[in-house]
Every structure is written in C-alpha cells, then in structure tokens.
Write a new protein. Structure first.
Length: 309
C-alpha cells in the first residue's frame, strides 16, 4: 500500500491505525457507483471507505433507525478524519452528496459497478439478499462474509462468474486487508475488478480459494478459541493472555480483545461452521457458548471478555 494512500492514526481501539485519505488515481476498472446492503458495523464501514474514495454509495438498511444511525456515523467519522488532517476538507465536504440510504434492495440502480452484501452471517438470508441484488444487474457482486462458503452463497445466482467474496475487516476504515475469495466459477476479470476496488479504498489484498474459514478466519479462530480455553481452564486472566501475545509475539491486539471487537456471537458461528467442516479441533469452548447465551457479545454489547462500559 503506497504512502500517499494512507495516514497512520489511532482508531477507537488504540491498537490499529490506518485511516485512509482520498487520492485521485486513474484506474480504468475501479468502481464509481457502489451499493452496500446492510447498515450494521461492517456495512457502515464499507460504505464509508467507498464514499471517502469518491464513489457514489447507496446503503441499503431496512430499519429506519439503523439507517439513520449508520448515516450519522459515516458523517461523524468523515468530520473527525478531516479535523485530524487525514482527509482533505474538500473531499470530506463531498461525502454527503455521494451517500444516500434506502430501505429496499430494489431501490438500487441497475448496472452498479459493485454491490457488496453485508448482512448477518446466515446462509439463507445472504442467499436471498444476493439473489435480490443480482436482479439489479451489477457488474460485480460480492459477499462480505467472514466464513460462509462463497460457492454455497452463489448457488442460486444466474451469473456465478460475476460473484466472489470480499472479506473486509473491522474496523473497515483502519484495517488494511481485504480477502478476495473466488470460486471455480469466478471469472478472472472479476478478481481484477475486486483488486481495483480494494486499491481504490487503500487496501491490500490476498487471493484465496473458497474453502471453509478462508485464510484469516481459520487462523484467527484457532488462536481465539485456544485463548478462550485458557481462560476457561484458569491458566491466566484475559488481560494477561492478551499481553503475552502483544508483547511476546508482537500482535497488535490480543486474541481475546480481538474476539470482543469481532463479536463473540460471530466467533461462535464461525467456530461451529469450521467444526462441521474440519471436526472437533474447532469445537467452541463451553465458556464461549455460555457468554453468547448470556448476551455477553463483546464491545457491541458492552461486555465480553472485557468490560467495555
């Protein structure tokens, strides 16, 4: 990633720090008109980075309160980035005119350059949303899933060659990686379009064959589950386990704090998916199951392995 695309600042976690700045660059296959489906944490972040990069962005969120909150969050972060000098003021002033929200996928224009689905990690829900999105005839259709099989998600699509996974990381505006996950059906030109989209928003990419957990979720969940087992077994406190990885192995964030940031429910869903694919080595610890059942989902719920209040 070139230095002119990013500036280093601290994000809300204090652990990572890549806030993207807007640059003008000629990329013939970079997207200009974007649809993002889902106004949660990830969808809001994805909409933000594309709007900051100068794209026209439509964010689809059926719940009006959530849609309004997502819109406010994007404008608030834009203002903050401008104040810190990480975003040109003129570029920041353009964002409100580039961003709109709508309740239904049918409100998306036909022929958008890219539609990214970012709804909850339920196979049936994602399939339905993707089928609705495909009817808008985008050039490239992508799912922001952290572990569901891209092949299975695309089974109901008329054009699976135009479909792939774009796995963004939380927080989207700070994390520099996108995992591009392709199936045997994905056309090479669509992978290149995905690369161009990632470069436009200042990200680096890895290309991954569709397999359970891809690269990052499979490795990240392995470390996270073992850290949870250590807490469960009374080996050490969560803070000490995290400190061991941060200071001993130079991880920018320990596995338990990262689990809180990702969401314990998300970790549990991925663990169960990987258990079905690879066996008991990915079986979720009882402590994780109990915390999710108790609503201790991490930062978004105020409590997980840490108290976020």
């Amino acid at each position: 990633m070139s230095a002119d695309r990013v500036g280093r600042v601290a994000d809300a976690t204090g652990a990572y720090g890549l806030e993207h700045t807007l640059v003008t660059r000629s990329m013939t296959n970079a997207p200009k008109r974007i649809g993002v489906i889902g106004g949660g944490t990830m969808g809001t972040g994805i909409a933000y980075v594309f709007a900051v990069a100068g794209c026209e962005v439509t964010l689809i969120e059926p719940h009006s309160t959530q849609a309004a909150a997502a819109y406010r969050a994007i404008l608030s972060r834009v203002a903050g980035a401008a104040e810190r000098g990480k975003l040109d003021r003129e570029a920041a002033d353009r964002v409100p005119g580039l961003l709109r929200t709508a309740a239904l996928v049918a409100a998306l224009d036909h022929g958008l350059d890219l539609i990214v689905e970012s709804v909850p990690e339920r196979l049936d829900l994602k399939r339905q949303v993707l089928a609705d999105a495909e009817r808008r005839k985008p050039v490239l259709l992508a799912s922001n899933t952290s572990g569901l099989p891209i092949t299975a998600l695309g089974e109901a699509l008329a054009h699976p060659d135009r479909f792939l996974g774009l796995h963004f990381f939380n927080p989207v505006w700070s994390m520099p990686l996108i995992e591009i996950v392709h199936t045997v059906s994905t056309a090479d030109e669509q992978i290149e379009r995905a690369r161009a989209a990632a470069e436009l928003v200042g990200k680096e990419t890895i290309i991954v064959r569709d397999t359970p957990g891809f690269v990052t979720s499979r490795l990240g969940v392995t470390l996270g589950l073992e850290a949870i087992r250590m807490v469960e077994d009374g080996v050490a406190a969560a803070g000490d386990i995290d400190k061991a990885m941060e200071l001993g192995y130079r991880h920018p964030m320990g596995p338990l704090r990262l689990t809180d940031l990702v969401g314990l429910d998300v970790r549990l869903d991925i663990a169960r998916h990987l258990t079905a694919a690879f066996g008991d080595r990915f079986a979720p610890p009882q402590l994780l199951i109990a915390k999710v059942a108790a609503g201790e989902l991490g930062r978004k719920a105020g409590r997980g392995f840490y108290d976020w209040d």
